[in-house]
Structure formats: C-alpha cells, structure tokens
Design a protein around this ligand. Sequence first.
Ligand code: ISL
Ligand code: CA
Length: 549
Amino acid sequence: MIKKWWKEQVVYQIYPRSFYDSNNDGIGDIKGIILKLDYLKLLGIDIIWISPHFDSPNDDNGYDIRNYKKVMEEFGSMQDFDQLLKEVHIRKMKLIIDLVVNHTSDEHDWFIESKSSQNNKFRDYYIWKEGDKKNPPNNWTSFFGGSAWKKDLISNDYYLHYFSKKQPDLNWENNKVRKEVHELMKFWLEKGIDGFRMDVIPFISKDQDFNNLSKKELLNPEKVYASGPRLHEFLKEMNSKVLSKYDIVSIGEAFGISKDTMIKLSDEREEELDLVFLFDIVRIGRDNWIQNKWNLVQLKKLFKTQSNVDEFHWPTVFLNNHDNPRSVSKYGNDKDYRIKSAKLLAMLTLTQRGTPVLYQGEEIGMTNHNFDNLSQFDDLEVLGNLDKAMGSGISKKDYITHLNNTSRDHSRTTMQWSSGTKGGFSNGNNNWFLSNPNHDRINVENDLNNEDSIFHFYRKLLQIRKQSKDLIYGDYLDLDPNHQNIFMYQRVGLKTTYLMILNMSDSSINYNFDNLMEYSLEFSNRNTKPRISSKHIELLAWDALMFKK
Ligand code: ISL
Ligand code: CA
C-alpha cells in the first residue's frame, strides 16, 4: 500500500452559491468562503473542493462555463480567488476546483465561433451532425429531458448536448480541444491549486459510430456515454502532459462507469486518475426521480465491493453531494433520531476504507426540504424531466412527492449558520434560493455551542482518524454482511484493530457477539455505556459504537 496525503485527509465540498453571502446580494461568494475557513479548520477539514467558480450564465449553476479563466462575477474577482487560495494555504489546508470539460456553456467563445458557420476554425471544437431527415442524428437523450441533439438554425446541423441545450459537448477527438483543456488546467495549477474534481469525466470520449441506443440502454444512457473507446487514452495523455507534473489529487466524477472501467481508471499503476466518485452508494435504489426501497444488506455489499478491489485502488466515501438528497434524510431518520442517526452516518463515513468527502451542512445534520409546489424548485432538471414524468403516467402531485425524496435541490438550500432570518446565510432579503425553515433549530451556531452536537461529533472523530494510521490504512472486513439492521465491520491495522457496530434502525437489538470483551470502547454516540456481556451487546436505536483492540 502506497501512502499518499490524499488518502489520509478529509475533503469538504462547498457549493459556493449556497454557502455564505458576504455582500448581501443573496448569492454565496468567495469572500464568504474565506470568512468561514476558520470554521472548517476547527472542524478538522484538510481539503476544500469548491463547485465551479468560473464565469457562467448559470443555466446549470456554474456547470456551464463561459470563460475558464474568469471568476463568476456573482462570486467575486480573480483577486478574491487568489486570496482564497492564499488563506487556505496559510491554514495548512488544500483547495481543489471543479474541472468541467465534457461540455462548455453555449455562450463560450468557442461555441459562438463554432456555430457561426460550417467553415469556422472552431467548428470541430464541438460535435456537429446532420439530421436524419426530419429527426436528430440518433436517439440519444439528455439527462435534463428530451433529445441530446439540438438543431442550430444557422447551418441546420445538430450539436450534441448530454446535459442542457446550453451545455454543448466538446469534441475530444480534436487535438486542439485537448490542448486547450491541458492549457487551462495548467493556468489554475500554476496558481497553486491542489487538484481537480473532474465533472462527468468518463463521458469525454464519444463512440464515433453514433449508433442508436437500444430500449434498455435508453433507461440508463450514462452507461453507454461512459464507455467511449478513447477514454483511457485521453486520461493517460492528460496525466502525462499535466497531472503528473504537480503534486496534486485528481478525482473523477465517474457517473455511469462499469466496475471494469472503475478498476482501470483509478488503478495507481495505470496513471490516469487518483480517485473516483462512484454513484452506487449515493444512488442506491434510485431510478431517475424515483427512490425505490433498498436495504442494508445491499448497501453493505456496495461498500465491500469498493473497499476490497486491491491495494492499488483507493475509494472515496461520501453519502451526499450537490446532486443528491441529504444523507440524514435518506440513510438516517431525520424525524425521531436526527441527531443520533446523523452521528451514526458520520461514523460510517469517517471509518470506512477510503478518502471521506463531506458536503456542506452534513456536519450539522441538515435535512431535505419539504417542497409543496413545482415553482419552489430551482434545478433545471425538475422542469426538464416533467414531460417524461407525466408521460410515465404519474400526476404532478406524485412527481413532487418523488422529488421530495430525490431532488438535487435538497442539497442546494442555503447553509444554516444561525437561527436568524434565512438561517444567517445572508443579511440581504433577496436570496437566490430557499433556506430550510428548520434553521431555527438546525444551525451551526447551536452546534458550536453544544459539546454534544453533530458538529462536535464529526470534529472528535476526525481527530481520532487523524491520529491513527491503522484506522486509515487498515484492511476492511464486513463481519456480518447479512444482518438486516446492523452494520458491523473491522479495520485491521498493523497494531490496532478497530471494530464499528452501527445499529441502522429505530429498534433496540440484543445482538449476539462473542469476542467483545477483548475490545475497549473508544467512541460512541451514546450518553450511557452499552451493556456488554460475554455473548451479547444491547444496542439502542441508531447506536454507533467504535471499539478497538
Ligand atoms: O442528476 C443527475 C443525472 O440525472 C446527476 O446524477 C448528475 O447529472 C450527474 O451525476 C452528473 O453530474 C455533474 O454534471 C452535471 C451537473 O449538472 C452536475 O451538477 C454535476 O455534478 C453537468 O455538468
Ligand atoms: Ca454575495
């Protein structure tokens, strides 16, 4: 096992728009992040990942970039960014940025040129095809609804867009595009950033046959989009020309990839990417906007698969991000056991094998929002998928019920800093998005003042993790993969073995376990000591216990 700084550290994702507004215009900004760095340092964060901070018309909140070398005006200036990087480094933390290069905004200069005529020298920067009579070139679909092709009126050709029509896909077959990407990466690396999170990176290589998808493939087009023939070649090239020249971390958002692709992408010997975000866990039971039932046995299997590839693979561990609902609402019980179950999820995230990635608000147990009408949503995906949802025979009301479990907007409500108006996110009165009204109880101020809070639980666990290489690098062993409610696993290090027992249910359980007497209790989310006999342990609802020997 090769030791690396990014295996030992913990990442915290910031969605800048919703994090903290320093100038009261209702939009979170870079200065706002700077003002909260001490808070993140206190929590024990090492690496901060910010969602896109580049100039953008914000069709998809910054995942549609108009200019890669300019900061989004609402977020501040390049000077503010440089200041952020400096302040992060002063505090001995690291900063990674979002690299969105599968597509640009349709307002990027390259696209404006590209669509201006068929002979333009930027024409080949994007993917243009003639239609098939009156239809688009093929039946590929966009994740935000409808065809993945849009007809352009100037040349009557169609361009490809896997996401919104304002996010045209770049043509990676073109050497010049790849050079531009390498160059813009170097621009930010030369400033001293510490790495990239790479947006939908497996989609960059397109199968040049552009065949229609089968009915089955249409249900999950990401699986096809993520298996382009030149993906590994493009990543190896990027690695040798750019990444390998800096001591940084690369994390690929690996939406749609197969297990084999995952194994190759993040194999240390292949020199492609350091880490990947896999979606099996965070999207367990998901089918578009529908959340189906799932169970703990399935979940445990997914953890086992990603942890036990071999010593050349290092996973990431996360239960939230800006595209998914809040973890305490999905995996915990955000009603009767919000605090306790959020602490259990903290223990799960911070004691698995892999680099933990936390998401803003997770550390105080922020929950899903309760939406009761379509106009309350901001995400373009909600309206984008409306026709398809209606076409599947459900009512608007049902669609909203589903979205209350699945919408990306749950994670985008503004950060809850205090019990004040709008949760202390901004002092203005024109916020870009909602604050969850439960900010009156759930907020950073409360958590900081209470030693028993979710925040302090994360903080203490992060300290424990930092002090033990065995907890970080130890082997992962699921001791009871078939239990329906209990997740019990070991991390077996060179000197110390850790044992975690998590009761992921609302019931108390008298659990049979033989060798507990050999262990001592290291940390837990209980106020009282659990009763342990030579053969049993009494577990209360949502107990999370860490033992060691
Ligand atoms: O909503 C989804 C698919 O229906 C998500 O799973 C998401 O689109 C997918 O994970 C890719 O996400 C990334 O690229 C998108 C952007 O909207 C997301 O915010 C980003 O994380 C396009 O850039
Ligand atoms: Ca602002």
